[in-house]
Design a protein around this ligand. Sequence first.
Ligand code: ADP
Length: 600
Amino acid sequence: MSGTFKTAGASKPAKTSQTESVTPSATGLLLWLWNGYLKRHTGLLLVALAFMMLEGSMFGFLSYMMKPMFDQVLVGGSQTALIWVAAAIFGIFALRAISSVLQKVLLTRISQLTVSDVRMEMMAHLMTLDGTFHQNYPPGYLMQRIEGDVEAVNKVWKTIITGAGRDVIALISLFAVAINVDWRWTVAALAGVPLLVLPTFLLQRYVRGNARISRDVSARLSTRLNEVFHGIVPVKLNRLEAYQSKRYRKLTRQRIELEVKSSLGQAAVPGLIDIMSGLGFVVVLMYGGSEILSGEKTVGDTMAFFTALGLAFEPLRRLGAFSGVWQVAAASLERIKELLEMVPELRDPAIPQPAPKGVPGIVLNDVHMEYGDTPILRGATFVAEAGKTTALVGASGAGKSTVFNLLTRLVDPESGEVSIGGVPVAAMRLGDLRSLYSVVSQDSLLFDETLRENILLGRSDVTEEMLKTALDAAHVSDFLPRLSDGLDSPVGPRGTNLSGGQRQRVAIARALLRNTPVLLLDEATSALDAQSEAVVQKALDRLSEGRTTLVIAHRLSTVRNADKIVVMDQGRVVDQGTHDELIARGGVYADLHSLQFDAA
Ligand code: ADP
């Protein structure tokens, strides 16, 4: 479609359903991430894991080398041992360097692939959700979810997966060395561990809670930015700069506080591990001191044990810190999962019927429709004959745009029949249904691309000749010479480099190229001056030839020549006929007419 409706939005039946929101467990989230996005990279992951294990195990080897270094070289004075111990230590560092580089590159690749998969899936999915959803979740919010939350998950990769894998292996190898020296010493060194469990659990909850709120604040921050820059002109004209800055500052302050709290929670776990490690050291020294003094343990044994313990501190602290990072990521993952699991109510039927062939007529029969609890259509009934122009008129709020929303299935009715070419709109695939229409609306949507891209909309089957015919018929050719780069001129954000009338002519050119059997014109000329209106009207007349046209117009002058005029009032069709018939009958239409006539 080449335009948007002003009220594409909320309706009761078209609610976006959401799965019950319970806080998913960490394992549940990991499993979801694994099944959805990571499993497909299993091969690459295994290779990366192998390098990670290699890198991690080098710590164990290093501490193990302390034994021959002290016992054979330093105490034993062996020349040969000196050479092989030196060579082995160099080898250990070299292997560690190589495996570390390789695993980082591999994991970055996997993490980037995963992140882009999640982002693309989110974008594609969010586009399928109903108007209700998009009314509740503004663009800035969704952008933050796709960009910010996914980035937060990527951090898990960078820290947890890359670091944790290596650190776990390092710890295993280091503890193997320690146990090899003396398992009782090892147990003594770990005496403080049970004391860590409860505080860590509490800290994790604290971090996740703060991270969750912080992600929300971030989303609100992007929403603010989005609104301000989209509405930059009203912001300037109403002198809202200071007010908007203040609101933004308030949110950033809130985020600072949350981030500081969250970092306190995150840093506290490694802090606790430090204390526990110090305790372990003391306990072993007290407990094993006599064995060292009596010479029961060699210097090498003692050195190997304490080197292993010393080297274990860092990975232990990092693993402790990961629990915090994971909580932050989990807060984001929760959101991502929640959005991806929302299901649109307006979707393709299970067994779709084919779209009607040829130029179809349109029927609305006793259609009722509500937004929330407010009835908008109350038994609207009319027929728009095939190949003819039918105009919808009525006061603002009468429900005219809602009729368009029903025809294109941006909303579904509570009851009644909405069909096109004899096929109920809900019986067709959404894509098939929407391919029947071209829409030229009051506010034709242009993208911040070139004029050509805006007219072709990604199509590659349009020849230069077809394009030229459409440009001429839509009177785009009239203003092309005035643009610096002709068709390749950028139209600016939302088409702001063009005038209202020019934008509409672009929308008409799009519609001509789409060449659909049905045309929906939503107050297409009401915002234009008399001269532009005349040009646009000519282009529209040309466009409607041989199509079923439904047109909404406030200016009754533009619908005078319609084959039929349907008069709507408060959600009902109160009269229909030709202009002359309706005037002669002297009802709502005649009132509207004299109102406009008098005003003029
Ligand atoms: P018209 O096109 O005749 O001016 P509409 O079909 O746009 O009328 O709107 C009919 C009524 O529905 C209006 O009262 C309007 O306020 C209400 N309405 C339109 N869109 C929405 C929406 N997304 N949510 C709630 N109410 C809406």
